[in-house]
Design a protein around this ligand. Structure first.
Ligand SMILES: N=C(N)NCCCC[C@H](N)C(=O)O
Ligand SMILES: O=C(O)CCC(=O)C(=O)O
Ligand SMILES: [Fe+2]
Length: 333
């Protein structure tokens, strides 16, 4: 298939046939499913981003996730800081505007960081930085139950998309469900609020989140419908806007899938530009490999490239912890 990396649009993929049939032992020959697989292959190869349509997550829940996030960020700082993110909280909790840094510059966003629970001793030394449970606010009271329900549904959608991606890469359907890969997958979720800005130029006052790639397998972004802010970089260094499309998630490939696919699928650089006076809420869910997965190019991907590995082996948890430890102005709190 043609690799078109100077994309100017982001494809929309209706994954309903894949979700319906990917767990059925005979379903993977289905014509509609294979059509989705072909579209995934093209999108992951050429763009690294696509809109996920037909995901089956109820719109009321998708909205509730954004609305409860918005109500929390409307509270006074004093209230929000009751669940402050610290090194002692396993980097879980609330961070103020400009406390998160990307490439050395503070980002114009506030956020709550959530991770799958890690109990003391799990993963040995590797797990210590993120040991803990998530911190939930008193208000809105429904936040915890809304988010936990949402995480459960998004994990299942993501597992099925990864089945489609496994087929798209030419591997067995359950490639990523293997015990040592993402059979006991980790997850991350960020509830993010971007303050409105009057800046209409793309200067440092308008960087909601600096240019970066995501760390794991697959990201599903639930963004406000009314503000366009997420931008994706193509190979000509042009920024393509991922305008919100109601009823869809923006979906993109993370660093670990880039490594497993031996670079056939890229973790594409993206950023968030805040140049509208309107407050924007966005909630990315990150579906990740096992915390302790050792990730290296898959044999069936490498073989298409003369058996040459384009990436070195990386342990996902080490990659994540390295990022977390450099993501904050000061984590000595
Ligand atoms: N868990 C994920 N993928 N989070 C993405 C955050 C990207 C911004 C972060 N400050 C950075 O510099 O990476
Ligand atoms: O705010 C967004 O829409 C995306 C944020 C993002 O790229 C991230 O948190 O990794
Ligand atoms: Fe991102």
């Amino acid at each position: 298939m043609m690799v078109t990396s100077n994309f100017t649009t982001i494809p929309i993929i209706d994954v309903a046939p894949l979700l319906a049939k990917c767990d059925d032992p005979n379903g993977t020959d289905d014509k509609d499913l294979l059509e989705v697989v072909a579209m995934l292959d093209e999108a992951c190869r050429g763009v690294g981003f696509f809109y996920l349509k037909g995901h089956g997550v109820p719109d009321s829940l998708v909205r509730d996730v954004r609305d409860s996030t918005r109500s929390f960020f409307r509270l006074q700082d004093e209230e929000k800081l009751k669940i402050k993110l610290t090194s002692k909280s396993g980097f879980r909790g609330y961070q103020l505007i400009k406390e998160n840094i990307t490439k050395g510059l503070p980002d114009l966003h506030e956020a709550i960081d959530l991770y799958k629970e890690i109990e003391p001793g799990m993963y040995g030394q590797l797990g210590t930085t993120l040991v803990g449970s998530n911190q939930w606010p008193e208000n809105p009271t429904r936040m915890k139950s809304v988010m936990e329900k949402y995480v459960d549904l998004l994990k299942e959608v993501s597992r099925k998309i990864m089945r489609g991606i496994a087929l798209a890469l030419g591997g067995p359907v359950d490639t990523f469900e293997q015990e040592q890969m993402a059979g006991d997958q980790f997850w991350v979720m960020r509830l993010i609020g971007y303050p409105g800005s009057n800046s209409n130029s793309k200067n440092t006052d308008s960087v909601g989140c600096g240019a970066h790639t995501d760390y794991g397998l697959l990201t599903l972004v639930n963004q406000d419908e009314s503000s366009s802010a997420l931008e994706v970089k193509n190979q000509n260094d042009e920024w393509i806007s991922a305008v919100p499309i109601p009823g869809t998630f923006v979906c993109n490939i993370g660093d670990m899938l880039q490594v497993w696919s031996n670079g056939e699928y890229r973790s594409t650089v993206h950023r968030v530009i805040v140049d509208s006076p309107k407050y924007r809420v966005s909630v990315p869910f990150f579906y990740e490999p096992n915390f302790d997965a050792a990730v290296e190019p898959l044999e069936f991907c490498k073989s298409r490239n003369g058996g040459v590995a384009r990436f070195e082996k990386v342990v996902y948890g080490e990659h994540l912890v390295r990022k977390v430890l450099t993501n904050f102005v000061s984590y000595d709190f």
